[in-house]
Ligand binder design. Structure first.
Ligand SMILES: Cc1cc2nc3c(=O)[nH]c(=O)nc-3n(C[C@H](O)[C@H](O)[C@H](O)COP(=O)(O)OP(=O)(O)OC[C@H]3O[C@@H](n4cnc5c(N)ncnc54)[C@H](O)[C@@H]3O)c2cc1C
Length: 546
């Protein structure tokens, strides 16, 4: 592997999107010379990451374990920010939730960049291409049956949790209905859908295993320092990469796939980014591109635990219920449903006015003109080793605040400054509060609340617990003290401003970004589905020579 060789494609990072694109490019032309450089190892044969109850995931051997900068709206806390560091990237340590999000998000993306390929209909063929859905009868126009990623559900794995019907009825009491086929992955997730996961009989599906990289040269445990750019005839062009160990590789095309945290860092270290930010750390500016590293968003996650009235009733994992001894109960998350909700538009309009300074037009404002997937609710039948507790999780799916990725130094060895700006807008604070109130109603005044649950556990530093009567001030304080990442950073090299709709970095030839950095708007899914679809479409665009 001499450094004089000119590779057809060099992939920076060997994560989810890199695996898909590499696999598909070689499939379309086996003669291509492709180099994949991944900072982490190949962990695909590690038994301690394969099963849902594996011990080596967040905080383990394959986690970059980043921290955010102080979060102004979270009592100035720094928040842990895990990210996968291994071949397969996030798919090595992620939770495996398979959640597509709302058609409306994708359509907004397509309309912002004025390109039908990035609308829901434009991406649907690629969503289908990536997956093998377990049942051809459920929403058949929406699902693929021959893709590399196998999808399972709670019922397809024969897990009959004892609280299932109680939970369905309780959401019903709050006016929420089951989606067709309990399938939230058909473009319209508002309502109750069954948990779907990209696991095969419980086994983790690492992107680089289900999209094998045979035919490519894969270098692991190797950090890329920057993309080598040269100016010729007034044009800036990528000519290869430089590793942190000093080695150069030359390539005709560089595909940046280091994820939404590291891709903007690498671009800035290469001289493309906001000139003032680069100058601060002494990186020579080759192209002043103020949008690099901006537009970062992430879904927030907030959890609260409740005691069950009768732990011996066997509702939760750990309770001694012999049901949970059956093998399949270890194959996926201990829950039946993901429930997705909108928020009351009246309060939302007031929050928008606070953020935007003018009263929004309810007919045309994208958050008001129709239903939106603002919040996801998870009721987990687990919370303590003895089965005495259950857990509610709230995921804020549609943040309007935007954060940033900035350089901490001119060295790739220093992680960048990550600012997701959690709860950084009046809208985000309103949505989190209202969505949490929905959970408190569920936990106190529905069938589950009345018959199953006792009281909330509270949190360190608070002398009250959640009740039906919790005030807005108390709810806000708990959110500030407890909200963290849902592990879905995105948007830091947004399509439209940094890359064009063929994923080319504007102003630089021979360089594309193919990962979660390019989403111009938040996608209200858990990102894997969207990143797989993005990468499938990227491979097609690239192999067609666009
Ligand atoms: C803890 C956790 C839980 C998650 N749970 C879910 C879930 O349940 N459902 C879901 O849909 N999504 C989940 N996600 C998110 C999902 O995994 C990511 O959105 C997805 O992996 C992003 O794909 P990507 O290709 O953009 O980046 P990644 O998959 O992160 O790949 C980037 C790769 O680049 C490598 N890299 C970075 N910098 C360099 C460098 N300088 N040199 C060489 N290599 C480099 C990294 O090591 C990594 O392998 C989770 C993520 C995490 C971290």
């Amino acid at each position: 592997m001499g450094s004089c060789k000119i590779w057809d494609y060099i992939l920076v990072g060997g994560g989810l999107s890199a695996s898909v694109v590499t696999h598909r490019l070689i499939e379309s032309n086996p003669k291509l010379n492709i180099l994949v450089v991944e900072a982490g190892p190949d962990a695909s044969d590690r038994p301690d990451i394969v099963w849902p109850n594996s011990t080596n995931l967040v905080g383990g051997d394959f986690d970059w374990a980043y921290n955010t900068v102080d979060q102004q709206w979270l009592d100035n806390r720094q928040v842990d920010m895990p990210a996968g560091k291994a071949l397969g990237g996030g798919t090595v340590i992620n939770a495996g939730g398979w959640v597509r999000g709302d058609k409306v998000d994708y359509d907004l993306w397509g309309s912002i960049v004025d390109d039908e390929r990035w609308t829901y209909e434009g991406l649907l063929p690629f969503m289908k291409k990536s997956e093998t859905f377990w049942d051809k009868r459920i929403n058949p126009t929406q699902h693929g049956l021959k893709g590399p990623v196998s999808i399972q559900s709670v019922t397809s794995t024969n897990r009959e949790f004892p609280l299932r019907d109680h939970v369905l009825r309780s959401w019903g009491e709050l006016g929420l209905s089951p989606l067709e086929g309990l399938d939230a992955n058909a473009g319209t997730p508002l309502g109750i859908g069954e948990l779907q996961e990209n696991k095969k009989d419980g086994r983790r599906q690492i992107a680089s295993s289900v999209y094998p990289l045979h035919g490519a040269t894969v270098v692991t445990d190797t950090l890329v320092e920057k993309i080598l750019l040269e100016r010729k005839g007034g044009k800036l062009r990528a000519k290869g990469i430089k590793l942190a160990n000093g080695t150069d590789f030359r390539g005709s095309n560089v595909l940046l796939a280091a994820g939404a945290i590291r891709s903007p860092q690498l671009l800035m270290l290469s001289g493309v980014g906001p000139a003032d930010e680069l100058a601060k750390v002494g990186v020579p500016v080759l192209l002043d591109q103020p949008a690099v590293g901006k537009n970062l968003s992430d879904h927030g996650l907030f959890a609260h635990l409740w005691n069950v009235k009768d732990p011996s009733a066997g509702w939760a994992i750990g309770s001694g219920n012999p049901l949970f001894e059956q093998e399949q109960y270890g194959w996926g998350g201990p829950m039946d449903f993901l429930t997705t909700t909108d928020v009351c538009k009246e309060g939302l309009a007031a929050a928008i006015e606070e953020d935007e300074g003018v009263a929004p037009d309810p007919e045309t404002h994208p958050l008001l003109s129709g239903p939106r997937a603002f919040a996801e609710h998870v009721f987990m039948y687990a919370g303590a080793a003895d089965g005495s507790k259950v857990t509610f999780i709230l995921i804020t799916l549609l943040p309007t605040a935007r954060g940033s990725v900035k350089l901490a130094s001119a060295s790739i060895s220093d992680p960048p400054l990550i600012d997701p700006n959690f709860l950084g807008s009046a809208v985000d604070r309103y949505v989190a509060r209202e969505a949490l109130k929905t959970q408190l109603k569920f936990a106190t005044s529905t069938e589950v609340g009345r018959d199953i649950l006792d009281r909330e556990l509270g949190a360190p530093g608070f002398d009250q617990v959640f009740t039906t009567n919790s005030t807005d001030e108390y709810i806000d304080a708990r959110l500030r003290a407890g909200l963290g990442t849902s592990f879905h950073p995105m948007g830091s090299l947004a399509m439209g401003s940094v890359v064009d709709t063929d994923l080319r970095v504007k102003g630089v030839e021979g360089l594309r970004v193919i990962d979660a950095s390019v989403f111009p708007v938040p996608i209200t899914g858990h990102l894997q589905v969207a990143v797989y679809a993005l990468a499938e479409q990227a491979a097609e665009i690239i192999s067609k020579g666009a």
